[in-house]
Design a protein around this ligand. Structure first.
Ligand code: PLP
Length: 369
């Protein structure tokens, strides 16, 4: 065999997922572990979504509806947009991939923040594009640094708002000021995976920003069913965008990218807004509980607009991460993100939050001794 692999593929380091629970239980000999590492919804999806998936199983011998007609219609109604302004992806990850496929080739540039979601950079590398990084300032997106990084080769800017891993969000005022200053040839993708958990004052006027592209850069909003809706295993995300961009992204997608179980489950989840609101409220209470207790433990949690909390133990984060694994609690060390004394924990159920706090209190005592 003689492989000729492009350098831009050779140098890609695969995305590091959170430690799977089976693996932890095998390696560390612990039982009843809890995973607070991947920002999942610990209460699960609406029971109506589960029922809809069960029902859809009966049609597995048929190809899915390639247009995801009913889900697209429902999303259009939900957001007050036209179906021509919506594209569905196999997770919002696929939406990121579509944008990069459509706009980036070798020699072209993408700008994103650091630390931020790693997939913006990975997909850019897969196309041989260049990812230019603007470091966060005070754990917020640094819009001035992003603007300063724009060149004639820039095609895309990815901003996760709220940001993963800091949990911070920019205000609509800051964002609109920023968008007004981005050149018209650059597409700005606002990844709103966590916006459902943010306060109403942080929601942008999607309709105005998508339609108002005269003399302004186009904006794409990325949303997902993986977080507040609790359906990450189904893989459904979507983008809201000017119709010209939507038409372009449809050209780079597979005809059947959203499977039938996913279409049915996401539609039922979207239609159960009462359940959705309850999840958001539970998250808000759990988040406040964790912030209060992490503060009491001297861990300086950052204010969070999401379902996770970034905190600083002022000691080796990898050591705490390891010590927590022995107690069956999986969280994330932020060393790989450039913050060696910080960690990120996802809001769990009340029981999980209490277990996390008991374990971290013991571990901190060990580490600080
Ligand atoms: C979790 C997450 C997503 C969701 O990805 P899916 O492919 O929709 O599961 C997107 N963006 C960010 C920043 C995330 O943290």
């Amino acid at each position: 065999m003689q492989l000729i692999i492009p350098d831009y593929i050779k140098t890609i380091v695969p995305y590091p997922p959170g430690k799977p629970q089976d693996e932890l239980e095998r390696e560390y000999g612990v039982k009843n572990s809890i995973k607070l590492a991947s920002n999942e919804n610990p209460w699960g999806p609406s029971p109506k979504a589960i029922a809809a998936v069960h029902e859809a199983v009966a049609t597995l011998n048929r190809y899915p509806d390639g247009a995801s007609y009913y889900l697209t219609q429902a999303l259009a109604a939900h957001h007050g947009l036209d179906t021509s302004e919506i594209v569905l992806g196999n997770g919002s990850n696929e939406m990121i991939e579509f944008l990069v496929k459509a706009f980036i080739r070798e020699g072209l540039e993408v700008i994103c923040s650091h630390p931020s979601f790693l997939m913006y950079e990975k997909f850019t590398q897969m196309r041989g594009g260049r990812c230019v990084v603007a470091p966060l300032a005070g754990m917020h997106h640094n819009t001035e640094a992003v603007l300063a990084a724009i060149t004639v080769d820039t095609r895309l800017i990815f901003l996760d708002n709220p940001n993963n891993p800091s949990g911070s969000a920019l205000t609509p005022l800051t964002l609109c000021d920023f968008l007004a200053r981005v050149p018209e040839h650059v597409v700005v993708a606002l990844d709103e995976a966590y916006i459902d958990f943010a306060g109403p004052e942080l929601h942008l006027d999607i309709h105005a920003l998508i339609r108002g592209t005269k003399n302004r850069c186009p904006v794409v909003f990325l949303r997902t069913f993986s977080k507040a809706y609790g359906l990450p295993a189904l893989r459904v995300g979507y983008g809201l965008m000017p119709r010209e961009i939507a038409a372009c992204l449809h050209k780079v997608r597979q005809a059947f990218n959203i499977n039938s179980l996913a279409q049915a489950g996401a539609l039922a989840a979207l239609n159960d807004q009462a359940y959705f609101r309850d999840i958001v409220a539970r998250n808000r209470r759990g988040r406040q509980f964790l912030v209060d207790h992490l503060s009491r433990l001297g861990c300086d949690p950052l204010p969070s607009e999401t379902n996770f909390i970034f905190f600083d133990i002022h000691a080796d984060a990898d050591r705490l991460y390891e010590a927590m694994l022995y107690r069956g609690v999986i969280i994330r060390s932020m060393r790989a993100y450039g913050h060696p004394s910080c960690l990120r924990v996802t809001v769990g159920t009340d029981e999980e939050n209490t277990r996390f706090l008991t374990a971290i209190e013991e571990c901190l005592r060990e580490i600080r001794a």
